[in-house]
Design a protein around this ligand. Structure first.
Ligand code: NAD
Length: 250
């Protein structure tokens, strides 16, 4: 893929951990200038350190994507630093599982605020910027939970929402040169899921869901994100791409 993204500017939200950190590193390997954002300052700064240590260029901007003022300021800061915004990976997410009738209202609201409203708010300001320049590419992290109904209700509702938001926006902005897609990871070993991976029974249950016979890595999702943002995927638009070891194909 080398060369296709050289010197472009990417923003990665939720970049302080897991899939977002892997995508920041993968963008940087392609010669992309990366703005890493996260509500967790320590994790975000650690990602910047890792990118820099690998010879790449990155800066950290703290933001809580569920707050409109933060999302707006994040895109403003990105443009102040680099003059434009070519690629974005809207990747922030939280997971809270409970049977639907037991979900406290504040938990429902928190999951929707981060996973869905947070993606919409970032897209709102990213698209505003991309309309001012010559377009751009956006990849949202949904989930296989955005494609099938076997996971917790709040998380599933939020991720189906991300898929819908992605498809609607892809149609609206394709004529304006903005290419928008989503990735739908299966089971990936990150801090979000790691505790469950330590319990042999839960780990076996997760692997059993994966036709490929193993859990995925953050790097495998990051490769798909970077490809979707690159010119190699120039004809790919409005997809919710499973990166899931075959989980939803079963
Ligand atoms: P993670 O917990 O390692 O990373 C998520 C990051 O988002 C963290 O750094 C966290 O600080 C940040 N974050 C949380 N709330 C935020 C907010 N309000 N504003 C800004 N940042 C915030 O988890 P991950 O597994 O890397 O998850 C990344 C994305 O992938 C999420 O959207 C998640 O739903 C999705 N996903 C993960 C899996 C999996 O198996 N790990 C599977 C499918 C989808």
């Amino acid at each position: 893929m080398s060369g296709k993204l050289q010197d472009r500017v990417a923003l990665v939200t939720g970049g302080g951990s897991g899939i977002g950190r892997a995508s920041a590193l993968a963008f940087a390997r392609e010669g992309v200038h990366v703005v890493v954002s996260d509500v967790a300052v320590e994790g975000g700064e650690e990602t910047v350190r890792l990118v820099t240590a690998a010879g790449g260029d990155a800066n950290f901007v703290a933001a809580d994507v569920s707050k409109a003022a933060d999302a707006e300021r994040l895109i403003q800061r990105t443009v102040e630093m680099y003059g434009r915004l070519d690629c974005t990976h809207n990747n922030t997410g939280i997971s809270r599982g409970a049977p639907l009738h037991e979900i406290p209202e504040e938990v429902w609201n928190a999951v929707l605020a981060v996973n869905l409203t947070g993606v919409w708010l970032c897209m709102k300001y990213e698209i505003t910027q991309m309309l001012r320049q010559d377009g751009g590419t956006i990849v949202n992290t949904a989930s296989t939970a955005g494609l099938v109904g076997r996971y917790g209700a709040a998380y599933t509702a939020s991720k189906f929402g991300v898929v819908g938001l992605t498809k609607s926006a892809a149609m609206q902005y394709a004529p304006r040169g903005i290419r928008i897609n989503a990735v739908c990871p299966g089971w990936i070993d990150t801090p979000m899921t790691h505790e469950g991976m330590l319990d042999p029974e839960r780990l076996a249950g997760r692997i059993a869901e994966e036709p490929i016979g193993r859990i995925g890595t953050p790097e495998e999702v990051a490769e798909a994100v970077v490809w979707l943002c690159s010119d190699a995927a120039a004809f790919v638009l409005g997809v919710a791409l499973p990166v899931d070891g075959g989980l939803v194909a079963r």
